[in-house]
Design a protein around this ligand. Structure first.
Ligand SMILES: Nc1nc2c(c(=O)[nH]1)N[C@H]1C(S)=C(S)[C@@H](COP(=O)(O)OP(=O)(O)OC[C@H]3O[C@@H](n4cnc5c(=O)[nH]c(N)nc54)[C@H](O)[C@@H]3O)O[C@H]1N2
Ligand SMILES: Nc1nc2c(c(=O)[nH]1)N[C@H]1C(S)=C(S)[C@@H](COP(=O)(O)OP(=O)(O)OC[C@H]3O[C@@H](n4cnc5c(=O)[nH]c(N)nc54)[C@H](O)[C@@H]3O)O[C@H]1N2
Ligand code: SF4
Ligand SMILES: [Mo]
Length: 744
């Protein structure tokens, strides 16, 4: 008999509500749920394939342990956890806690269990070697927000449904569906913006699908967005179009001096954008009743990622669009979200080999290979990799591929035997998303509309198979020195006790007089993790506070609303959010503005002669791990080198010709795809390919492996303020390969 399960898609940040038809244990149909309070029926091709992610026969169902010959044996869960306990303990006992590194990949923000255990896992491991995909994509924005607002996770979000003008730099939301900006149906909402008379402007060296939807597309030279934004700011200040935000803000008076050498005429040659166009961008922003500036990967993963991310916010502030409807607003999670304990600062410790500063407790993933490969005290000897595909995702991924086998021990929590996990000593596979409960712990706080949605598992776990929560809780037990056995739910109960104690102890707490045991007994949920979520919801801004706020949110009420609960639009709330040492929004944090001279120097000596490589994302792929899904393959989803028709002519290549792309760090051969979409001098490759390596178990991906763009990127080139690697603007040399050479 068919049944329907409603659940939120975990494949990207848009968090669409899906309506899934199952026949027995098999998904037969996926539609957008028209009644979902947030997404109202939208879905993309990836969401439509969620059933194929679920029943992919190559998804691991039991733990794997590596044999000395490199092959893998399936083992029972108890045996696998015992091996993890031995391996991690041995590394820490012999070489100290810092010898164990933790890497947390992108799916950590897409499950219920992973974000709820990561903090405690980090703390119990007690290592300084914490890495994540954040230093591959987000840390420049976090660093900018940290210095400006005091909280590295306070991201202003464009108020897409109410704005009159949206300026997008280095983002392709029509294909990525948004990032650090949870919006379902971005293509539809961008069209709606224009339909109501609003204006969309896209700054991108490539004419993307987002640019196709825009009123104006500016094909900027890669890496020069900070100059473009300084030119805009210079115009705003010089033409009296900027407003002092006044009380609650510091630094407005310093801006004029900081931008003085970056007038539109000064920056125009470097950006490859006419000075009048830059002035026009500024005037349009100022003239719009409301406007929002948004930048994402193309502004973040560059050598000046933090400066660029900072400038995006400065322009929003001085045009009066910060913290107001139609401009940019901070998100607000419906659960009690974590706030930092103290105002933001960086460099509390440094990486051992390259002495890069810690930011938000993390070291740059771009230097993980150095920490593994360089002998000496503090060398990384063991790695716990949770939901990460380091080999394909990191700059100079091939170097990691070489150094990972040198580790004493490596454990991966991952559903696939892929390019990275093939180096693991033990792989612990979580169940499929459909078998897991879901609530967006991270993304709910980045949504353009406040909402709460909970998805119960759509399929039962196989007997004896641990939930992802149990896998993580057992890793916490191991990291705490308690061994992997025992009652995993105790981990959540302890965390629940701590949270309750803090809530009751807060000055003026309405719960102060209530017994902790009674409050705890009132929590509901299928297991201790769900009960912890219930507590977070009850203590959140719209929570029931255990009856103090009648009708407020709790997990039971959320479960009664399978289409979710809409709480309303975002509201101005900077006073609640800002937690800098001064208590003010800092427009000119010295740690950031100190980087301007480096930018000025670069502006003067930009080398115009060389080709630069940028990355692209594809509508039908999810980072590096969806190419095994047959229903998403083919069509536009191919690994090619896009280049401008002008560059193709110059090089004498036509569509499909193999070309060799060489950089300082490596080379690949890839079919050429001449296009009128790219600015001459810029070439583009998709990110996430390069499959077909031995000892992986991804036959469908291996049949069409492509090559990894990260064989060309350079881990030594980072944005120094955030440690984030440069994926956009990598100097390369491209040449045609004769058919004979290509065969080799
Ligand atoms: N050149 C270049 N490199 C890039 C980028 C780029 O644009 N250009 N983009 C960067 C960006 S934005 C990011 S976020 C990083 C991503 O870097 P990573 O997060 O390291 O890589 P992903 O490809 O997202 O791999 C996710 C891994 O998690 C596993 N996984 C999937 N679902 C689950 C789950 O539910 N639980 C668990 N435990 N595991 C799961 C997958 O099998 C896969 O191994 O890559 C970066 N690398
Ligand atoms: N379909 C799909 N959606 C995804 C993902 C996926 O793999 N597939 N991955 C998810 C993840 S992890 C993330 S972080 C987000 C990323 O979300 P986005 O940032 O929206 O996605 P990208 O495609 O990386 O867009 C970056 C854009 O920057 C442009 N660009 C490159 N260099 C420069 C430059 O110097 N200046 C300017 N102005 N532009 C430049 C590129 O041409 C590209 O269009 O997407 C998420 N959504
Ligand atoms: S847009 Fe993102 S969340 Fe929505 S269906 Fe597609 S992959 Fe899933
Ligand atoms: Mo990302």
């Amino acid at each position: 008999m068919d049944r329907t399960a409603l659940r939120v898609c975990p494949l990207c940040e848009a968090t669409c509500g899906l309506s899934i038809t199952l026949s027995g244990e098999t998904v037969t149909r996926v539609r957008g749920n028209p009644d979902d309070v947030f997404s109202q029926g939208y879905l993309c091709p990836k969401g439509a394939s969620l059933g194929r992610f679920d029943d992919d026969p190559d998804r691991l169902t039991a733990p794997l342990v590596r044999r000395p010959d490199g092959g893998f044996d399936e083992v029972g869960w108890a045996e696998a956890f015992a091996a993890v306990d031995r391996g991690l303990r041995a590394a820490a006992e012999r070489h100290g806690k810092d010898a164990v590194a933790l890497y947390m990949g992108n799916p950590v923000i897409h499950t219920l269990a992973l974000p709820l255990y990561m903090l405690v896992l980090r703390e119990r491991l007690g290592t300084r070697n914490i890495y994540s995909s954040t230093t591959l994509d987000t840390m420049p924005k976090s660093t900018a927000c940290g210095w400006m607002y005091g909280d590295p996770l306070a991201f202003p979000l464009p108020d897409i449904d109410r704005t009159d003008h949206l300026l997008v730099l280095g983002a392709n939301p029509a294909e990525s569906n948004g990032s650090l900006w949870t919006v379902a149906n971005l293509p539809g909402r961008l069209k709606a913006l224009r339909a109501r008379g609003g204006r969309l402007v896209v700054v991108d060296p490539r004419r993307t699908r987002t640019a196709d939807l825009a009123d104006q597309h500016i094909a900027v030279r890669p890496g020069t967005d900070p100059l473009l934004l300084l030119g805009i700011l210079h115009t705003l200040l010089g033409e009296g179009l900027a407003t002092d935000p006044g009380e609650g803000f510091a630094g407005f008076g310093e801006l004029a001096d900081l931008v003085k050498e970056f007038g539109p005429d000064d920056i125009a040659p470097a950006c490859g954008v006419p000075a009048d166009t830059v002035r026009g961008l500024a005037r349009d922003l100022a003239a719009a009743p409301t406007a929002a500036v948004y930048g994402r990967l193309g502004t973040s993963t560059t050598e000046f990622g933090t400066l660029t991310s900072w400038l995006v916010d400065v322009v929003n502030i001085v045009t009066g669009n910060f913290d107001r409807p139609g401009g940019v607003l901070f998100g607000e999670a419906p659960h009690a979200a974590r706030r930092p304990a103290e105002p933001f600062r960086t460099g509390r410790w440094h990486s051992r080999v390259r002495e890069l500063p810690e930011v938000n407790g993390e070291l740059p993933t771009a230097t993980l290979a150095d920490e593994i490969a360089t002998p000496g005290p503090g060398q990384v000897r063991a790695l716990l990799c949770v939901a990460g595909n380091l080999v394909l995702a990191t700059p100079q991924g091939e170097r990691l591929d070489e150094v990972l086998p040198g580790l004493d021990f490596m454990v991966c929590v991952d559903p696939y035997l892929n390019e990275t996990t093939r180096h693991a000593s033990v792989i612990l596979p979580p169940p499929s998303p459909l078998q897991s409960p879901h609530y967006d712990v991270v993304l709910a706080g980045r949504s353009v509309r406040r909402n709460a949605r909970f998805s119960p598992p759509a399929r039962a776990l196989e007997p004896g198979r641990p939930a992802e929560a149990e896998i993580l809780a057992r890793l916490v037990l191991i990291a705490s020195g308690k061994g992997p056995g025992g009652d995993w739910e105790r981990v959540d109960e302890q965390l629940t006790d701590l949270m309750l104690r803090a809530a009751r102890g807060r000055p003026g707490s309405p719960l102060a007089r209530r017994e902790a045991a009674d409050l705890k007994a009132a929590l509901t949920g299928a297991d201790a993790l769900e009960r912890r979520l219930d507590l977070m919801l009850r203590l959140g801004p719209v929570g029931d506070l255990f009856g103090v706020r009648p009708g407020g949110l709790n997990l039971a009420r959320l479960k009664e609303a399978p289409n979710g609960v809409d709480i309303g639009p975002l509201r101005p709330r900077r006073r609640e959010v800002v937690m800098t040492a001064s208590g003010l929004v800092e427009l000119c944090p010295p740690a950031i503005t100190a980087d301007l001279p480096r930018l000025a120097a670069r502006m003067r000596d930009l080398d115009d002669g060389r080709l630069v490589l940028i990355s692209r994302r594809q509508l039908k792929s999810v980072n590096s791990w969806s190419h095994n899904i047959a229903s998403l393959s083919g069509g536009s989803n191919r690994c090619t080198l896009e280049l401008s028709e002008e560059d193709a002519r110059r090089l004498g290549v036509t569509a499909g010709d193999p070309v060799r792309v060489r950089s300082r760090t490596g080379e690949v051969v890839v079919p050429a795809e001449p296009t009128d979409r790219l600015r001459p001098g810029v070439v583009s490759m998709p990110y996430g390919w390069g499959h077909g390596r031995d000892r992986t178990r991804l036959p469908r991906a291996a049949a069409e492996p492509g090559v990894s763009i990260n064989a060309l990127t350079d881990g030594t080139v980072v944005d120094p303020l955030s440690g984030t690697a440069v994926f956009n603007g990598v100097p390369v040399h491209v040449e045609p390969v004769s058919a004979k050479q290509a065969e080799k």
